[in-house]
Design a protein around this ligand. Structure first.
Ligand code: PGA
Length: 232
C-alpha cells in the first residue's frame, strides 16, 4: 500500500489559542490508530509551540518561513525558530502568499533551501508543473524524501461548490509533476478538497494525498478526508 499524506492548512484561523487547542486535540484523538497516512497540520505561527505538547500522531508545520536563518528582518520567522518551536515541516509558495505578499518564485526557492538546511520537510505549492520545475531546479542539494509537492491551481482554492478541477486534469498534472520531481517526492492535490470530493480525487486524480484549507477547520470533516487519503 502506498504511503499517503493529508495536510491541513488553517491559514489565519482560528483567532484564539483555546479554539486552536480544541481543534487540534479533536484531530489528534481521531487520528490515533490511522496508519499508512502522514497527517500534518499548519497552524498560525503563535500556536505552533503551544500545540507541540499535544502533537503525537500529527506533524506540525509552519505556513511560511523566512529566506534567512536569523538577523535584522522585522516580522520574519526563521525556519530554525519553527523547528525549535516544535514544527517538523513548512508549507512554502502558497498562492495566497504570492497574491497578497507578492512572493516570487525566486523567493520561494530561497526559502526552500534554507528550510531544508534547517532540517524541516518542505511542502511546496505549485500552480502547475512548470512552476514546480523552476523551484526545484534552483535547489542545489538532494531533496528526495524531504520535499512534498502540491498541485494547487489558484482558481480552485476556496470555491466550495464552485469552480473545480476535473480528476482527469488533476491526474495529468500529477503525472507531469512526478516526472519533474522524480522518485521520493509525493505529489498532493489542493484546492477545495472536501469530504464529499476527496474520494473521487484520490481514486481518479492519482495524487498521493491532499492539501486541505477550509475543511481542515472542522476536525470531523478533516479526518474523513484523511480516511480517504489513507485508503489510497
Ligand atoms: P481550500 O484551500 O481547501 O480552502 O480551497 C486549499 C489551499 O489553500 O491550500
Amino acid at each position: 500500500m502506498k504511503k499517503t499524506f493529508a495536510v491541513g492548512n488553517w491559514k489565519m484561523n482560528p483567532v484564539a489559542l483555546k479554539d486552536a487547542e480544541k481543534l487540534f486535540l479533536a484531530m489528534e484523538s481521531k487520528a490515533r490508530g490511522m496508519t499508512g497516512v502522514e497527517i500534518m497540520v499548519c497552524p498560525p505561527f503563535p500556536f505552533i509551540a503551544p500545540l507541540a505538547k499535544f502533537a503525537k500522531k500529527i506533524v506540525l508545520a509552519g505556513q511560511d518561513c523566512s529566506w534567512s536563518a536569523q538577523g535584522a528582518f522585522t516580522g520574519e520567522v526563521s525556519p530554525y525558530m519553527l523547528k525549535s518551536a516544535g514544527a517538523r515541516a513548512v508549507l512554502l509558495g502558497h498562492s495566497e502568499r504570492k497574491k497578497y505578499c507578492k512572493e516570487t518564485r525566486e523567493l520561494v526557492a530561497q526559502k526552500m533551501s534554507i528550510a531544508l538546511e534547517a532540517g524541516l520537510k518542505v511542502i511546496v505549492c505549485a500552480e502547475n508543473p512548470k512552476e514546480l520545475a523552476v523551484t526545484l531546479r534552483r535547489q542545489k542539494g538532494e531533496y528526495a524524501g524531504r520535499v512534498i509537492a502540491a498541485y494547487e491551481p489558484s482558481y480552485a482554492i476556496s470555491t466550495r461548490g464552485g469552480r473545480s478541477v476535473s480528476p482527469g486534469k488533476i491526474a495529468r498534472a500529477v503525472k507531469d509533476m512526478r516526472n519533474i520531481a522524480g522518485p521520493g517526492v509525493p505529489i498532493l492535490y489542493g484546492g477545495s478538497v472536501f469530504a464529499e470530493t476527496a474520494g473521487e480525487i484520490m481514486r481518479e486524480g492519482d495524487a498521493d494525498g491532499f492539501l486541505v484549507g477550509a475543511a481542515s477547520l472542522n476536525a470531523a470533516e478533516f479526518l474523513d478526508i484523511v480516511a480517504e487519503a489513507e485508503m489510497g
